[in-house]
Design a protein around this ligand. Sequence first.
Ligand code: DP6
Length: 325
Amino acid sequence: MVKESGSAIASPNIAFIKYWGNKNSELRLPSNGSLSMTLNGLETRTTVYLDPGLSSDSLIINGETAGPLPLQRVSGFLDILRQHFNQKDCAAIESNNNFPPGTGIASSASAFAALAAAYTRAIGEFPDNRELSILSRFGSGSASRSIHSGFVEWYAGEKSSESYAEQIAPPSHWNLVDLIIITGYAHKKVGSFAGHALADTSPLQHARVQNCRSRLDSCRTAILNRDFELLAEIAELDSNLMHAVMLTSSPPLIYWEPATILLMKSIRTWREEGLPVFYTIDAGPNVHCFTTEQEHESVLRKIKSLPSVQDVLISRPGEGIRYPD
Ligand code: DP6
């Protein structure tokens, strides 16, 4: 018999300043702060059913029973929530994404933000968004940013209570368009969870982290001043720095496919020719191409004329955590 249930909706986000590596992996305190935009049109809807009769947690994603590894990760996260709120009941979770997982669109961000929020509703708790951000961080670091709408900064912090995300500007602040270029639907071999653990094996990670504060400052300034050129410069630099760390980790992580590199070069050429465009790439082969509302249709045509482009999702600054009821 189901005792209580709770539902929540969250969207993924794309980081301009990336989170890569933890200074404390147990507490998921990131090695550096990060800055992102929450994405509209893409969402994870999750319902948590609590039942004292259940002997274990269960997880259904997009109508299919999840395998042991995702279930283990979710159950581990629920243990943290249960301990925090002094609860015992196991949970049956149903989650649906309207976008393909494992493609570099960070499904773990929306998944764990929605799960943390749905769980708190199911137990009748109403934590504020700062607490929700801290709690979701334990499920997935980037989930801490998906709690908020628009443009969001996650402060690394020195202890758990200091490591949370906050909005720096609402969605209406800047009508940027993210053209999410899907170059492949294959599941990545090394997810970001395992990737973070390798970050410190790269001799470049220290330099990347050391220099992060100034990139964060420039990125925040670019967003607050709606300075496209500055954002383009900083976001591409930061994405390249993260991929340089990935490429020089032991073992190396190579997320790019030939189509990824073609897109990186094309986007830079278009910018040199005067178009407002830049790229940023997460732990996958797909490319986020940012542009302005005015130019997005012509940029989209250029993208679609390139080989190996399977699909393009169009996203804009989106909403944070929300509740269907
Ligand atoms: C490359 O938040 O997915 O997307 O905490 O292990 O779930 P876990 O990692 P996750 O890492 C995100 C990595 C990234 C960069 C970013 O979104 O900042």
